[in-house]
Design a protein around this ligand. Structure first.
Ligand code: SF4
Ligand code: SF4
Length: 302
């Protein structure tokens, strides 16, 4: 029987997920819950129902379609969703002609994933691109991730693994056999602060990064810059001090905080915890990059 995985998106012509033109497969499920996550639909491991309020025309078909009574209209006309009752049967989404209700996430076999990822091979070949497995956390589905990477590599495609590093070393090590470049997220140096903003300490992430470095697979560290969370001098210096001795790091990419994912939280009935936080200025990002470069780390701002 073919190994399957749960994905929530496939992005073609991606230019920020590794070198060249790439296709990125986004897997569902993540052991972290970062306050700034712009892909909250990737946190849960199973498909989920999203509601796009701005598309709803108020036809009421979902109210009668749902056997579990999830959708309700209160006496004052406002809409109420009892998400805890949802069994994900998809009937309401099938009845919703405006696209306001969508089941996000689907099961896919390794063969289907590799076929989809291989579609743009001519572009990979001319641009030095390839495929990237991202999420969510791809190592939350270790068998599927390893199998897709193995098949892509066997077909001559360049492979990137975009990971938080929060996974058993054995799963990461297995995936590395077929990985050309690791995009490794590093967020906060202090372990308790890391726990506060991501839900887990950074102990395993740091351990795995050291092991990964010793193994020699090229690494691009990606650090989101979140104002008021990790952009203070103490965190930046501690981060640079930890990263600079590691020899397999090819570069550090600083990713400025943005709010593009905020509306997704409403769609999924989740709370966005960085309400009001503003993106960092270009000058601030460049100043952080200069600080990292002074510590010997090749650093770019995106
Ligand atoms: S079926 Fe769709 S458009 Fe109609 S009320 Fe439900 S969510 Fe809104
Ligand atoms: S997916 Fe099924 S159970 Fe969930 S709200 Fe829609 S109709 Fe109801």
């Amino acid at each position: 029987m073919s190994t399957t995985g749960i994905i929530f998106d496939i992005e073609r012509f991606a230019i920020h997920d590794g070198p060249g033109i790439r296709t990125t497969l986004f897997l569902k499920g993540c052991p972290l819950a970062c306050w700034w996550c712009h892909n909250p639909e990737g946190i849960g491991g199973r498909p989920q129902l999203a509601f796009f309020a701005e598309k709803c025309i108020g036809c009421g078909r979902c109210l009668t379609a749902c056997p579990e009574g999830v959708h309700e209209r209160a006496d004052d006309g406002t809409r109420v969703m009892h998400r805890e009752r949802c069994r994900l049967c998809g009937r309401c989404a099938a009845e919703c002609c405006s696209g306001a209700l969508v089941v996000e996430g689907r099961e896919i076999t390794v063969e289907e994933a590799v076929t989809e990822l291989g579609r743009d091979r001519p572009f990979y070949e001319t641009s030095g691109g390839g495929v990237t497995l991202s999420g969510g956390e791809p190592l939350a589905q270790p068998d599927f991730t390893a199998a897709v990477l193995e098949r892509c590599r066997a077909e001559g495609m360049h492979t990137c693994l975009d990971t938080s590093g929060q996974a058993p070393w054995a799963d990461l090590e297995r995936a590395l056999r077929w990985t050309d470049l690791v995009l490794y997220d590093y967020k906060i140096a202090d372990t308790e602060r890391h726990r506060k903003y991501t839900g887990v300490t950074n102990d395993l992430i740091r351990e795995n990064l050291v092991l990964l470095d010793a193994r020699g697979t090229p690494i691009e560290v990606r650090m989101p810059v979140i104002p008021g969370v990790n952009d203070d001098a103490g965190n930046l210096d501690a981060t640079a001090a930890f990263l600079s001795p590691l020899r397999s790091i090819r570069r550090v990419t600083l990713l400025g905080y943005h709010r593009f994912g905020e509306s997704k939280y409403r769609r999924l009935g989740r709370t966005y915890r960085l309400e009001g936080t503003q993106p960092p200025s270009r000058e601030h990002m460049e100043a952080i990059a200069a600080r990292f470069r002074a510590a010997g780390l090749e650093t770019v701002v995106r």
